[in-house]
Design a binder for this molecule. Structure first.
Ligand code: A2P
Length: 326
């Protein structure tokens, strides 16, 4: 079998590993084990964010790995994200510096604007602050101004590349058309029930790489929404889809491996989250088989146009990215 590329080339010339470790929802104490296990089995890309509150633990773990001589800084690709409360040019370097201090790094490889919706931080909640049942929107902010701060971060050598997350096609174009430094990456929800065909096509035309979050359809999401927001959402379990299970059995792989392989065969970067060393290893074992055209067509046919990730209060935001199909 021909060797399969482990990287996606970015518009700044860098190579971004096509599989990264996702760390959203990784609990304190678990992150260290997850990062160590991932590095040991070959991951060279860690995805985190200011908002995940785990950058300190990741930083300590990376320091241990570097001090032990297992890896050098340039061997690993680190992604972090600007919180929604940081949507002003002069706030970008402030939040990025906090992430760098916590990660114990002098630069990240990619810094993303976490989402287009700007908020006024409240009680330490920089992501989705709710007051009187409503999202506290920062109407003064404009993400083009934020983007200038992102470009400042490249100039200051605090990040090698910049990108966006949760932006829709119109918002991406607005950034792209006005940017001095073009976005190198878009990170959005993407999996077999929500395959982002059109958005990915637009990204390819603009030479923006795409990272899929929730590539496994996040099987723990309904529990998370219930526990944290009291939302009872009936979400489909993608990993249990019978068609995927059949394909998995044929290749003697798991449904998770089939989903990841299908995405990377499309040229999409994936960041499956796991805190379990066995599943972390399993999610990386996707370079030793190939999905046939028939398999791919079958998985393409699972598209339900079903967005799983909801962001409470965002419907009223003028920059709600989810009010158009893509
Ligand atoms: P855990 O951390 O216990 O492994 P996604 O990346 O799509 O958001 O999904 C993350 C969720 O999927 C987490 O709850 C994670 O649980 C679970 N998960 C990760 N890898 C696998 C796998 N190979 N098989 C089953 N569940 C997985």
């Amino acid at each position: 079998m021909a060797s399969f590329p482990h990287y996606v080339k970015l518009n700044n010339g860098a190579r971004m590993p096509i599989i990264g470790l996702g760390t959203w929802q990784a609990k304190e104490g678990e992150v260290k084990v997850a990062v160590e296990s991932a590095i040991d089995c070959g991951y060279r890309h860690i995805d985190t964010a200011w908002a995940y509150k785990n950058e300190k633990e990741i930083g300590k773990t990376l320091k241990k790995v570097f001090d032990a001589g297992k890896l050098k800084r340039e061997d690993i690709f680190i992604v972090s994200k600007l919180p929604n409360g940081g949507h002003h040019r002069d706030k970008v370097l402030h939040y990025l510096q906090q992430s760098l201090d916590d990660l114990q790094l002098s630069y990240v490889d990619m810094y993303l604007v976490h989402s287009p919706f700007s908020v006024v931080p409240l009680d330490g909640n920089e992501q989705l602050p709710i007051k009187d049942g409503k999202l506290v929107i920062d109407y003064e902010a404009d993400f083009l101004d934020t983007w200038k701060g992102m470009e400042d971060a490249v100039d200051a050598e605090m990040t090698k590349a910049i990108g966006i997350s949760n932006f829709n096609s119109e918002q991406i174009k607005r950034i792209y058309d006005n940017a001095r430094i073009k976005p190198a990456n878009l990170q959005v929800e993407c999996h077999a029930y929500f395959p982002q065909i059109k958005l990915f096509q637009i990204c390819k035309e603009l030479n923006i790489s795409l990272t899929a979050y929730g590539p496994l359809g996040n099987p723990s999401l309904s529990g998370f929404l219930r526990e944290n927001f009291g939302i009872n959402a009936e979400l489909p379990n993608l990993l249990k889809d019978p068609a995927l299970q059949d394909i998995a059995e044929k290749h003697q792989k798991t449904a998770a491996q089939i989903l990841l392989r299908w995405l990377i065969q499309r040229g999409i970067i994936v960041i499956p989250k796991s805190s379990n060393p066995n599943r972390i290893k399993q999610n990386f074992e996707v370079f030793d088989f190939n999905l046939s055209e028939e398999d791919v067509n079958q998985i393409n046919g699972l598209d339900r146009n079903h967005r799983l990730f909801e962001y409470s209060g965002v419907e009223e935001h003028p920059n709600n990215p989810f009010n158009i199909p893509f």
